[in-house]
Design a protein around this ligand. Structure first.
Ligand SMILES: *Cc1c(COP(=O)(O)O)cnc(C)c1O
Length: 470
């Protein structure tokens, strides 16, 4: 047996022998020369030989030495084609989890018209850093600064790569080697093991924790202020809620203290929203406008959470502080790219035009029960003909995600599917590994498709995949 394997392995040709064979093939002469890359062909030959060796080892077939020489070109061609048309690494996912701001799936979606605006900017030159009026160099930040000021009521604004970068820049600019006072109840972990205290340290600031996990008072901040204090920082704990025996100091109170002691007061608002959610029946969250109005010197928030735009860190506040941020050399390392700026400008303009409710995140958060039920029924109707599953619709709850409104359960409708053969886990995996990865929720013996986060066309794709199940 072993001898046989050895013999078959030895019989496999070397790479240059295969190439020589290919060249000798009259039919495949052009195959090598005709606009194909030789290194890539060699790569395919190596892959094929590797497969042949594996087949010998595993004894799965006699494939390898026995494959007729004339088949090799075809097999190599097949591999070549597959390489030339690779499935991309970044792919579409159908989000049937109902989690609107799904951090693993890219958080907020852009409205289609904004996505087209971004694509157009990618294909053309633009005035990214050009003042068209004067013909001189301009600043990329001016493209969105005015819009952010109008929306937030702040004097000045700037944008960086993400909110973590905004906090880092803030620390590095105002608190390098100095102390920053933060409540113990606000030292949050934001996910992906990203923690506020670590960012402060990375920015060169010394963290001074005050109060206890559940209660922090005005006098705690007051007592912590020393000659080394550079900043009072408030962190909006949007991703969890302390309930019960708690106390926190409001931004406005901190502003008063800061003014009295001559210390700037800043807030990391986390999600940051221009809408408070009250009209949707959510517990009110402080909006960007309210936070600015409370008098904080600088306020930072994310672009791709409740704002519903691209990944970005937005900083709004008093002009003298924003000006200092702009001159920090780190700004260059944290700067926002032109496609992101395009997406952000488009998103901000929707708010200014009174179309904020049309931004996908807000559309998904504000669907009515009837709309969701109708969509779940539509999905049920297209899945029903499949003999391999049982399907029904029912009420359930979806999550906002992205660390926003963690305690809110959004009433929704789901289409639940149970495989007649195989387990739910197998079906879940089968859906996830499809041409577009379909992400679902598992609940006991059922797979749930929460229709809240489905987009146009998703229902057909789900139906097609379910059709291929067993
Ligand atoms: C989400 C969040 C961040 C991080 O924002 P990114 O834009 O993801 O960098 C920072 N602080 C708070 C309070 C957050 O909720």
């Amino acid at each position: 047996m072993e001898e046989d394997k050895q013999r078959r392995l030895r019989a496999l040709p070397a790479v240059h022998e295969v190439l020589a064979r290919l060249e000798a093939e009259a039919e495949f002469g052009p195959f090598l020369t005709n606009k194909r890359s030789l290194p890539r062909i060699k790569h395919c030959v190596r892959q094929l030989l590797q497969k042949a060796r594996e087949n010998v080892y595993s004894n799965t077939s006699d494939w390898g030495e026995d494959v007729e020489a004339e088949l090799w070109p075809w097999l190599i061609d097949e591999l070549y084609q597959a390489l030339a048309n690779p499935e991309t690494n970044l792919r579409r996912v159908i989000n049937a989890t109902g989690v609107v701001l799904h951090t693993n799936c890219g958080r907020a979606l852009l409205a289609p018209e904004i996505a087209r605006f971004v694509a157009a900017q990618a294909e053309h030159y633009s005035n990214l850093e050009l003042n068209i009026e004067t013909g001189e160099r301009g600043s990329r930040y001016t493209l969105v600064e005015q819009l952010l000021c109008e929306l937030s009521g702040a004097e000045a604004a700037m944008v960086v790569n993400n909110n973590a970068a905004a906090v880092l820049l803030m620390m590095n600019t105002f608190a390098l080697g100095k102390e920053v006072v933060v409540s113990r109840g606000e030292l949050v972990e934001v996910g992906g093991s990203f923690r506020i205290p670590e960012v402060l340290k990375a920015g060169g600031a010394k963290l001074v924790e005050v109060g206890s996990t559940n209660k922090t008072w005005y006098r705690d901040y007051e007592d912590a202020i020393s000659t080394e204090t550079a900043l009072l920082l408030k962190v909006h704990t949007s991703n969890y809620r302390l309930e019960g025996f708690t106390h926190a100091v409001a931004g406005a109170e901190l502003v008063e203290l800061g003014e009295k002691r001559g210390i700037p007061v800043m807030e990391d608002l986390g999600s940051g929203s221009f809408f408070d959610g009250i009209s949707l029946g959510f517990p009110p969250e402080p909006t960007v406008q309210q936070t600015v109005k409370a008098g904080l010197d600088l306020v930072t928030f994310s672009g791709d959470k409740l704002l519903g735009g691209p990944q970005a860190g937005i900083i709004v506040g008093k002009r003298c502080f924003i000006d200092r941020l702009k001159t920090n050399q780190l700004t260059r390392a944290l700067r926002i790219d032109k496609l992101t700026l395009a997406a952000l400008e488009g998103t901000l303009r929707m708010y200014l035009n009174g179309e904020g409710g049309e931004i996908p995140v807000w559309r998904m958060l504000s669907y009515s029960s009837q709309e969701l039920k109708a969509k779940a029924e539509e999905l049920k109707t297209v899945l029903e003909p499949s003999k391999t599953i049982s399907v029904e619709i029912r009420e359930d709850v979806s999550q906002v995600g992205g660390g926003a409104w963690p305690t809110v359960n959004l009433p929704t409708w789901v289409c639940s599917v149970r495989p007649k053969q195989g387990s739910v886990n197998e079906l879940e995996k089968f859906l996830r590994l499809g041409p577009a990865a379909i992400l679902t929720r598992i609940q006991k013996d059922w797979i749930l498709f929460d229709v809240r986060t489905l987009l146009d066309g998703d229902i057909e794709d789900i139906a097609q995949r379910i059709n291929d199940w067993k």
